[in-house]
Design a protein around this ligand. Structure first.
Ligand code: AQP
Length: 330
């Protein structure tokens, strides 16, 4: 089985990224041949600072290993180090339709918040389609916000296969049972987000313990008392229950049972403690890894070499099936 997922080196990574991303990467890496990609080409779809992008790329690599990716088992690499990704995006951009891309809700949300919208932001889902298909991926561990992009990937793969002949495995998305969409602690109707969220309602993975505890204490809830999961009526408390499941590995029912009769104040404080317990060892591992940039760069270079080797035959097949001549005899 082939596993692939990508994550952007944009901004500070948050608990939502941990829930839908990092922890699923570590959990799925044992199920087959796993590729985890730092999608730096995606990061330039919005205004960015070049120096910041370089630093964030290494930060993200360190976080991926700190949250449990094993370089012996998983291929961790940077998207721009493997030129097949940019090439596949062009070929697949001529298979995906303008109408499909116009329907992407993430594009509509992000474009609505900016005065200048790059063409890259519009076509970025096609880059993601290529990222996944180049590895003949069976499963893609992601959060709920990526569901529509994964559906697009499946549609484009099926269209390519029927138009040009069987070329791609059609991948399936894998979503966490609880915590597939962690919400902002201050605005529980919105997802916890790098670009669109409220920093006070966002738990960053590198937040110090006292900051984590404070953000939990001031989390928005409702006027009730019961710690029960009901996303429609009790969005804030339901989100905190899911945060607790992410921190402890319990199910929603187990958390509810443990807090029968307890008040919101105690619960919020316990969620804060559980998160600190989860994050402290990750932060310690992160600091140790990040201190040695040369070693991180070496690990990423090994990952890129493997990713190039595995993606190249699929890219060749795409060119061939689409009728391109290829350079020969040189
Ligand atoms: N709130 C979330 N709950 C669960 N999973 C989430 N993910 C993102 N937000 C949540 C998952 O994290 C993985 C990596 O995402 P990404 O950093 O590449 O970018 P994103 O999905 O666009 O989300 P961000 O980081 O919050 O950026 P914004 O919102 O600014 O675009 C993905 O698997 C994603 O599903």
């Amino acid at each position: 089985m082939k596993i692939f997922s990508g994550i952007q080196p944009t901004g500070a990574k948050h608990l939502g990224n941990y829930s839908g991303g990092f922890r699923q990467y570590a959990a799925t890496q044992d199920q087959g041949t796993a590729f985890f990609c730092i999608v730096d080409l995606h990061s330039i779809t919005v205004a960015h600072d070049p120096e910041d992008l370089r630093e964030r790329t290494l930060d993200l690599a360190a976080l991926m290993f700190a949250t449990g990716l094993d370089p012996e088992r998983s291929t961790v690499f940077v998207q721009s180090h493997v030129t097949a990704h940019a090439e596949a995006a062009w070929l697949l951009g001529c298979v995906a339709s303008y109408g499909e891309l116009q329907r992407m809700t993430q594009f509509k949300d992000k474009a609505g918040k900016q005065t200048s919208v790059s063409a890259g932001l519009f076509i970025y889902p096609v880059l993601m389609v290529g990222d996944i298909l180049l590895y003949q991926t069976d499963i893609v561990p992601i959060g709920d916000d990526q569901r529509q992009h994964l559906e697009l990937t499946r549609d484009v793969a099926e269209r390519f296969n029927s138009r040009f002949g069987e070329t791609f495995t059609v991948p399936k998305g894998v979503y966490p049972e609880a915590g597939a969409r962690i919400m902002d602690l201050q605005q529980p109707e919105n997802k916890m987000s790098t670009t669109g969220g409220n920093p006070q309602g966002t738990i960053y993975l590198l937040d110090p313990p006292e900051v984590v505890r404070k953000k939990l204490k001031t989390a928005v809830t409702d006027s009730g008392r019961e710690i029960v999961h009901d996303s429609n009526e009790k969005a804030g408390i339901s989100n905190l229950i899911e945060v607790m499941t992410v921190a402890t590995g319990e199910t929603i029912a187990e958390v509810e049972k443990r807090y029968v009769g307890a008040g919101y104040g105690q619960f919020k404080s316990d969620v804060g403690d559980a998160l600190v317990e989860l994050l402290e060892p990750i932060q310690a591992r992160f600091r140790a890894l990040r201190d040695d940039s040369a070693e991180l760069e070496r690990m990423l270079a090994i990952g890129a070499a493997k990713a190039r080797e595995v993606s190249a035959p699929t890219l060749e097949k795409m060119y061939d099936r689409m009728g391109f001549t290829r350079p020969k005899g040189v």
